[in-house]
Ligand binder design. Sequence first.
Ligand SMILES: [Zn+2]
Length: 310
Amino acid sequence: MYVVADGAVAPKNNFVLPFLLDGLELHGRLVRLGSAVDEIILAHDYPAPVAHLLAEALTLTAMLGSIFKYKGVLNLQIKGDGPVGLLVCDATDGGQLRGYAKFDRTCLPTFCNKKSNAAQLLGVGYLAFTVESGPEKERYQGIVELGGRTLEQCAHHYFRQSVQFEAVLKIGVSCDRDKTWRTGGIMLQCLPRKESMAPNGKIDEAWKQHRDLVQKIKPITLYQSCISPFSVLFELFNGDNIRVYEAKNLCAKCSCSKERVELVLAALPNEEIESLKVNGNIVVTCEFCNLQTIFRESDLTELRDTGRLE
Ligand SMILES: [Zn+2]
């Protein structure tokens, strides 16, 4: 059976849904991304294997963004020496997601299909999570070497090395014939517990059983928006008491703005600003959302006249 806490309703898409397996003290998250992941991926012309990997990384970031308590931005960065040299994803405490991948098209392995193999695409490198809570409050979370064939395995490696709990996660990604991207993910955590909560042996056994259940879930179950997330949990943990909490909405939103670009320009010496001009204009493209901000000569003159530029 499941219990809905605080009048939570079953969301359809672009959400992270926290849940608890009552009595076992196993905490979990269910994530589903529809238009949010689609919008982020379609802002760039990614080859399918790169888009697939970025979709997985965004889902992972959304899941972790709901676990850490923070005000600001949780950032996932993966750097490697493979064809995909860099993956960057952000999740704000308000549920705003953004992300991009840098890749070398000529080096993409021809044997890669859309089902990504993270090890082939990323090569040797590292995975880092950082929580940025403001200019003076940056808090480092953890960094590990990339380990594993898939991004899920890399994340498990991260949990083992950097955080104080055991966790299992599964991510599913789909791209329809009409190039619509959908993702889903589930994560289950076994937090360190007090002796008084339950005998350790019982919990260990329960953890192993439930970890196996999560590992065996079919990816399609995770991203199909026609299936209620409550039903997904019920089918998966049908012998348990499941408590679901209020879902948090997620959306695609980039924090770039013309004002932020102005601040970057203001920090540059005049000669460098001149060197950025092409046909008299400076065009700045956001790596995340691909939005172009154009500064014409008249804009630069106005910035100088108002003291915002040297
Ligand atoms: Zn942007």
